[in-house]
Design a protein around this ligand. Sequence first.
Ligand code: OGA
Ligand code: MN
Length: 297
Amino acid sequence: MELVPLHADFGAEIKGLDLIDAVCDAQAFARVRAAFDEYSLLLWRRQDVTDDIQATFSRAFGALERTKVGSSGHGTFYSRMNNMGPDGNVVPPNDRALLIAKANQLWHTDSSFKALPAVASVLSARVIPSNGGDTEFVSTRAAWSRLDQETRDSLIDKVAIHSYATSRDQIDPGMMSAAERAALPPVRKPMTWLNPVNERRALYLASHAGAIEGMEPSAAQELLARLMEQATRPEHRYSHSWQQGDVLMWDNRATMHRGRPWRGGEARSIVRITISASEQDGLAQAMLGFSEELATA
Ligand code: OGA
Ligand code: MN
């Protein structure tokens, strides 16, 4: 297995070890797991990608998340994001699928809005448009290390309020149904996440975060916007231009990502498997952030 770095801050392409062989013995798995903890973003090219291979690979890293209310294939392990209708044709411009794609173009980390957050996501592109549709990433571990000591000290005990509605309402306040809102109440999440394997700390941030406990709303929003801007500057980004057979795996504790637009009318289809965080991933009790008061507020 060979690792070829993708960006000065993070990311590596894995060569010489295919996805289907990566978890079949303890030694191969340990190597991939170590690369994941070290690089935060892993890329495989030219893979045979099927739902089965993607799920079997992912399961070795932890329990698989089931998709939430309102997503296509709700209750399965497969988050299918595409702009095709049941007939296989590209949906019209006013379709909900395009709102979903647009919302994915806000910087985020997957499932920070869930009571049980995700440690990792494994994404394959099944249909790739001829132009655009890249996925961009930044390292929030690097973002943390670039903050001055005073800011780091002030963030270490802070808790942000994450809600799926916070990001979706920015795109279209009518996007989420009452059932979706009820199923996804706001959650409390610490603003940093320590990886216990290497003791590296990262900023834990997403466009799902809209408030900070103990701070005035306007001051909190200013701070969140400033941290987001600093973390996502163009020079800090790795932009992934998809090729057939590509698979990406990222660490939701230590990265943020966003989709990019593509030419209207062209099909794009991606399939994601998401792995829930556990204690061995540094999941602390404080991260199981369900709050009754928030839910009913
Ligand atoms: C995701 C995601 C963005 C995209 O798969 O979690 O946010 O469209 N994807 O590339
Ligand atoms: Mn995502």
